[in-house]
Design a protein around this ligand. Structure first.
Ligand SMILES: Nc1nc2c(ncn2[C@@H]2O[C@H](COP(=O)(O)OP(=O)(O)OP(=O)(O)O)[C@@H](O)[C@H]2O)c(=O)[nH]1
Ligand SMILES: [Mg+2]
Length: 306
């Protein structure tokens, strides 16, 4: 008979492969925000799943990508915006600190972006299970065989497991492969614990998710959300939040014609916040310009990116 097991499991991979969707479906509840756009997740987020003697401490991570963009150049090896460096730094740290990494790839040919994520896993030498996600998109499951063959050649994965995070397929197999590789030891969290972040973190993330989903490709990546006030009564929660953007034009886009877009974002967010809190909520949003916040280390810290 072996004793209890407990360990940290980093869910890593390039942006948009489905890490946050996987975390939510492993936990059976929505903790991480998701969207069709890459670079949705910005902070490592811990999610605890206790199954009998085994406690999985999952870490959803931002997508590993090469920070690029303005200001890049050969003379600056870690070029790119400060926020991108922060995001990739979070993910890389999780990969190095974890007991097991689940590297997500998609059920389609390998990309350079997958290579960048694998490079970090290889450098960290953390035992790694590869999850081939989005297999529901394959018309023919035989198409998996060359993908698996290719993955075997790229790294000494502990196991390779096809999954559909969205449809919760293959997740028990994945969890079993991970469980056997977790260290023996006492559980670090109570059996009812799910995460370690305060409610305000999730309020801000819900609002940011609605912005990610309501706006086009560019502006969401220039948006941060700060909770100014979280109060109210047992029946009604009151949430005041500020949406920070970098420029006046972005402010106009977030607000929309006659305030229509901001109103929709607020309504979407309110429904999810009510679900989270289990009571009615009033959500008030303001939009403010904080020039260049995505590339200013000091301002990033004040917005919780530390
Ligand atoms: N068809 C299909 N879509 C999926 C699956 N898993 C995730 N997706 C979709 O892929 C998109 C990205 O999912 P996320 O979970 O936000 O991806 P992520 O890896 O966390 O992305 P970043 O946080 O931006 O790095 C969303 O539109 C998801 O609905 C899956 O198993 N099947
Ligand atoms: Mg994510």
């Amino acid at each position: 008979m072996s004793g209890p097991r407990c360990g940290f499991v980093a869910l890593a991979g390039r942006p948009n492969v489905g890490k946050s969707t996987l975390m939510n479906h492993l936990l059976g509840r929505k903790l991480s925000i998701t969207s069709r756009k890459p670079q949705t997740t910005r902070h490592n987020l811990l999610g605890v799943d206790t199954r009998g003697d085994t406690q999985f401490v999952y870490l959803d991570t931002p997508g590993i990508h090469r920070p690029s963009g303005e200001g890049s150049g050969a003379s600056r090896p870690r070029a790119g915006r400060a926020i991108n460096r922060y995001m990739v730094g979070q993910a890389v740290r999780a990969v190095f600190d974890a007991d097991v990494v689940v590297l997500l790839v998609e059920a389609r040919p390998w990309t350079d972006a997958d290579g960048e994520a694998l490079e970090q896993v290889a450098r960290a030498r953390t035992p790694c299970v590869c999850a081939i996600n989005k297999v529901d998109r394959l018309r023919d499951r035989l198409a998996l065989l060359p993908i698996i063959d290719d993955l075997r050649k790229r790294h000494g994965f502990e196991a390779i497991v096809p999954i559909s995070a969205l449809r919760s397929e293959g997740l028990d197999t994945l969890a079993d492969e991970v469980a056997g590789r977790l260290p023996e030891g006492p559980h670090l969290f109570g059996s009812e614990d799910v995460t370690d972040r305060p409610t305000e973190f999730f309020l801000a993330e819900i609002i940011r998710e609605k912005i990610m989903r309501r706006l086009g490709d560019e502006v969401p990546h220039r948006v941060a959300v700060g909770i100014e006030r979280f109060a109210g009564t047992a029946e009604l929660a009151e949430v005041d939040a500020v949406i920070y953007v970098e420029r006046g034009t972005q402010k106009g886009i977030v607000i929309g014609k006659g305030g229509a877009r901001l109103k929709s974002i607020g309504q979407d967010a309110r429904l999810d916040i009510e679900r989270l809190l289990g009571r009615r909520a009033m959500v008030r949003l303001w939009v403010k310009v904080k020039a260049g916040w995505t590339n200013d280390e000091a301002v990033l810290k004040t917005l919780g990116y530390r």
